[in-house]
Design a protein around this ligand. Structure first.
Ligand SMILES: Nc1ncnc2c1ncn2[C@@H]1O[C@H](COP(=O)(O)OP(=O)(O)OP(=O)(O)O)[C@@H](O)[C@H]1O
Ligand SMILES: [Mg+2]
Length: 299
């Protein structure tokens, strides 16, 4: 069942057409990842979804009964830049956001306590936001977005500024929220994050969706059984050899990538380049990263 539908959304900011006919649907209960290069319009799309920006054309709608006036929003937004109050403690932040959302006293106190516990905040209850580490600030930022119990949680690059352990902790929280019935729309530049969390992914370029699907469907867009990354002294010669063997080639992060048409072994890859100076070779399964590059390089 569709929870959010964008239909032909266009948005011009300054002289730029930032969203150019964006259409997508997020299904209830899924984690949908919106990917795309810097400036492709991800945050602008999320702002339109939240009603912070009005589209010039098209619509962003959540089917179903609209929230009654004064009742909490059906959406929780965790914006790209954390907006915390330096001198407020975690429960004070949560209470403030719950108040803005119109939660009344007994329910508000209950939700604040529930969300404090869910996000593991009680040991930090006495610290102000300024006294929390970056990872815990991001956690609190996310907690503020869910205190009113939204149906749709929007996370704009939720882990971009945190260390690896904090990232894993945030992933676990996101999975817990989804298991509790929340639908999640997130953006990220970390393709491992999208691969770990998302049921479906949409790839945005210049304000348009250029690919969309499950992780498996996107990986299937790469015409390869595996990817061989090969480095050597003479890249042109390596590329020529690969192509003479019928292996399509790409350049991924400045390196020669061979799209292996059949299952193969690293030994076979190295042998295929015999006579040429190979400094390193690795064989990788096809991942979302390869699909992302394939889509963007073709678009
Ligand atoms: N108020 C504005 N006036 C003019 N241009 C704007 C304005 N806000 C955003 N832009 C431009 O719109 C484009 C899309 O921005 P947006 O923030 O939606 O991209 P994004 O995909 O979220 O990028 P990032 O990955 O860097 O967060 C960018 O080129 C940005 O410079
Ligand atoms: Mg952004």
């Amino acid at each position: 069942m569709t929870l959010l539908r964008l239909d032909g959304v266009c948005k011009r900011l300054g002289t730029a057409a930032v969203l150019d006919g964006l259409s997508l649907a997020v299904e209830r209960g899924e984690i949908y990842g919106l990917l795309g290069p810097n400036g492709s319009g991800k945050s602008t799309a999320l702002n339109v979804v939240c009603g912070l920006l009005a589209p010039d054309a098209g619509t962003a709608q959540m089917p179903g009964p609209a929230a009654a006036p004064g009742s909490p929003s059906r959406i929780g937004l965790c914006a790209q830049q954390p907006a915390l109050y330096r001198d407020l403690r975690p429960a004070e932040h949560l209470d403030f956001h719950a108040r803005i959302q119109g939660l009344r006293a007994p329910q508000r106190a209950r939700r604040v306590a529930e969300v404090m516990a869910l996000f593991g905040l009680p040991p930090y209850a006495h610290r102000t936001a300024a006294q929390l580490s970056g990872g815990w600030q991001q956690r609190l930022h996310m907690a503020c977005a869910v205190v009113h119990g939204p149906e749709l949680l929007i996370l704009d690059e939720p882990t971009s500024a945190v260390d690896l352990e904090a990232r894993h902790a945030l992933w676990a929280l996101i999975e817990t929220l989804r298991a509790g019935g929340m639908t999640i729309l997130l953006t990220t530049h970390h393709l491992d994050e999208a691969e770990r969390l998302c049921d479906r992914v949409g790839i945005l370029q210049r304000g348009r969706l250029v690919a969309e699907g499950t992780l498996a469907a996107l990986r299937a867009r790469v015409p390869a059984k595996a990817i061989a990354l090969v480095r050597g002294d003479d890249e042109a010669a390596l590329r020529q050899r690969a192509e003479s063997l019928g292996w399509p080639t790409r350049t991924y992060a400045g390196e020669l990538a061979c799209l292996m048409p059949e299952e193969t072994t690293l030994r076979d890859v190295v042998q295929a380049f015999e006579g040429l100076a190979v400094r390193s070779a690795t064989l990788q399964p096809v991942g979302l990263e390869h699909a992302y590059l394939e889509v963007l390089q073709a678009a």
